[in-house]
Design a protein around this ligand. Structure first.
Ligand code: HEC
Length: 96
């Protein structure tokens, strides 16, 4: 059944990635704008001392939806909500 296969393929790309892979995504993809040590570049610093002041869910939503009108892009197309939540936790220093 082709449509079952397509659904499986889609589900597969949506499978939550392992923490090590998400960490690499943060350092490489987020780091390309926020700096390799996340201390800021084109984007602001997103180090734990700054991120602590954010609400966990707000942070997840910023990651998923980006910040309209700025260079901060939405990530909804390339990660799941739970991956975004993991990244929010990571940025707040809970996953280190
Ligand atoms: C193309 C460049 C770019 C990339 C890639 C990028 N960001 Fe951003 N990000 C920005 C910019 C620019 C801002 C500041 C927007 C503004 O002026 O409010 C920002 C803001 C943010 C903020 C809000 C910070 C604050 O103090 O208000 C968070 C959180 C954030 N980014 C997280 C991430 C994460 C996590 C990733 C990777 C999944 C990421 N960003 C990737 C450019 C980027």
């Amino acid at each position: 059944m082709t449509c079952g296969l397509a659904a499986a393929a889609l589900a597969n790309t949506n499978t939550d990635r392992a923490p090590a892979e998400l960490e690499r995504l943060v350092l490489q993809d987020c780091g390309s704008c926020h700096g390799l040590t996340l201390k800021g570049g084109l984007g602001r610093p997103i180090t734990p001392d700054v991120m602590q002041h954010f609400d966990r869910e707000d942070l997840r939503d910023i990651i998923l939806d980006g910040i309209p009108g700025t260079a901060m892009p939405p990530w909804r197309q390339v990660m799941t909500e739970s991956e975004a939540m993991w990244i929010a936790d990571y940025l707040q220093g809970r996953e280190r």
